[in-house]
Design a protein around this ligand. Structure first.
Ligand code: KIV
Ligand code: ZN
Length: 519
């Protein structure tokens, strides 16, 4: 094996999944495992086979269907755990059983309530038994970060001798700081005589926000497997984030001289899939995959990036599968970025007066905060038009329940006229959207629909966000109410109003061009 290659062991489906509010279905786990395969992770820890029949089945199905990575199951140092794990991963071309036991004093005395030698003997016996059932065995010294070093050396030596090919040294409670963790890992390398007979791995938790830093320290000491999860999801504050470790190794390859097998262009797609299926939104400022990670807001930065991308970007958005960076149009944006954005929208400089458009842009940005492409076009094409809504919801009545056909009756006012319509649907939201389609005479292709609660408790304000497609445009509409059906209606009508404005902008642009041609 390439001595500079760091293996990526993904535990999104085990350590990540165990921390979710509701568990993933087998089908969802397979979707994630297939995507992890496209991402080219080396090992997928698919679950903890003994923990439930559902987990066993998911690991087995992944082992049957997902080809490429090693498929692994976790097990305690208990025979029935090891048997379940070995059985679940057996269909995989390459299966691995991952056994673990707590090695720190606090785990030995308070959790396991066993003596030092007894815990060590359990670890050795488990590795030997696992090796009988599966050719590839990994052993984890749980809570390595708080384990006495002399005991750790003895333990690691014994489980390597018993047949473990990978030794994982977890900072289970995310307690260590980088230089301390480096001390632990480098002293294991220096004091375990048979250390070269195994691949040494780390598995860091993020309780103090140091999981990635500790993992990078460890690879610097000779560790060649990093255990991590997509978006850093996992127990408590989460695990080491896969995308961060991978992009550190890639971006700083010259300094660190290490590499991985990861197909980095698949990172964004994997992050979005995991976020959606796990219902775990990614914080906007999350490194690598946050929505702001490649977005520039400062006018000075935007100007710099337009002149030379590397002034404020250390990675290319394309390297993780994003099409481009984002220059947020706000009151901090300068003329340069407005001109650039208009050029991308197809406007030649002679078609508008930059100073006038920029003054209007600043006034709008002060009012709205963020200005979008359709706002910018409207500034040029409809400079004197008030931003008014064509459609307004004036009445809504919805019936739904387990024994009634969901039906929505509503009134909308459209340019002073009141239109009443009713429709049925598969559910109340479907009924409401169909009734609005009838009343407005429009039909929208909905791409995504999300509800989130803005405030806590039963009387929480529901916020509905809808993403729709219209004439090659993606349009976002939002509505909020304590009644989530009303919030859905408002979000849908918000989209219709944006479409009407877009149509007006298009019409104005076409007639302006015609006038210019005639002149
Ligand atoms: O955090 C931890 O120590 C673990 C082990 C089971 C590897 O998840
Ligand atoms: Zn863990």
């Amino acid at each position: 094996m390439d001595k500079n290659k760091v293996l990526i062991f993904d535990t999104t489906l085990r350590d990540g999944e165990q921390a979710l509010q509701s568990s993933l279905s087998v089908n969802e786990k397979i979707q994630i495992a297939q995507q992890l395969t496209r991402l080219k992770v080396d090992i997928i820890e698919a679950g903890f086979a003994i923990s439930s029949p559902g987990d066993f089945q998911s690991i087995k199905t992944i082992a049957e269907e997902v080809k490429g990575p090693v498929i692994c199951s976790l097990a305690r140092c208990v025979d029935k755990d090891i048997e379940a794990a070995a059985k679940a991963v057996k269909p995989a071309g390459r299966g691995r059983v991952h056994v673990f036991i707590g090695t720190s004093r606090i785990h030995r005395e308070k959790k396991l309530r066993k003596g030092d030698d007894e815990v060590l003997a359990m670890g050795v016996a488990a590795v030997k038994y696992a090796r009988k059932l599966c050719g590839d065995v990994e052993f984890s010294c749980e809570d390595t970060g708080r384990t006495e070093l002399s005991y750790l050396y003895r333990f690691v030596e014994a489980v390597i001798k018993a047949g473990a090919a990978t030794i994982n040294l977890p900072d289970t409670v995310g307690y260590t700081v980088p230089m301390e963790f480096r001390g632990i890992i480098s002293s294991v390398f220096a004091n375990v005589p048979n250390i070269d007979k195994a691949i040494i791995s780390v598995h860091c938790h993020n309780d103090l926000g140091l999981a990635v830093a500790n993992s990078i320290m460890a690879v610097e000491c000779g560790v060649r497997q990093v255990e991590c999860t997509i978006n850093g999801i996992g127990e408590r504050a989460g695990n080491c984030s896969l995308e961060e470790v991978v992009m550190i190794l890639k971006t700083r390859e010259k300094l660190l001289k290490l590499n991985t097998n990861i197909a980095a262009k698949e990172i964004m797609r994997t992050s979005r899939l995991v976020s959606r299926l796990c219902n775990m939104p990614v914080q906007p400022n999350k490194a690598i995959v946050g929505s702001n990670a490649f977005a520039h807001s400062s006018g000075i930065h935007q100007d710099g990036v337009l002149k030379e991308q590397t002034t404020y970007e250390i990675m290319k958005p394309g390297s993780i599968g994003l099409s481009e960076n984002v220059l947020n149009l706000t009151s901090r944006s300068g003329r340069h970025v407005i001109k650039h954005r208009l050029a991308l929208l197809g406007y030649k400089e002679k078609e508008y007066d930059l100073d006038t458009v920029y003054q209007r842009f600043l006034a709008l940005a002060d009012k709205k905060g963020r200005v979008y492409d359709d706002d910018l076009e409207a500034l040029i094409e409809l400079p004197h038009a008030e931003e008014t809504d064509t459609f307004r919801l004036t009445y809504l009545n919805v019936t739904s329940g387990s024994k009634v056909v969901p039906t929505a009756t509503l009134r909308i006012s459209a340019k002073g006229k009141t239109i009443q319509e009713a429709a049925t649907g598969d559910g109340p939201v479907h009924a409401v959207c169909s009734a609005i389609d009838r009343a407005s005479g429009m039909n929208v292709k909905m791409l995504d629909y999300r509800i989130t609660s803005r405030t806590g408790g039963r009387e929480a304000l529901g916020v509905v966000d809808i993403l729709a497609e219209y004439a090659d445009h993606r349009i976002h509409g939002s509505g909020s109410s304590t009644d989530i059906i009303e919030a859905s209606a408002l979000a849908y009508i918000n989209i219709l109003n944006k479409i009407v404005r877009l149509q007006e902008v298009r019409k104005a642009r076409a007639s302006r061009k015609q006038r210019q041609r005639k002149a």
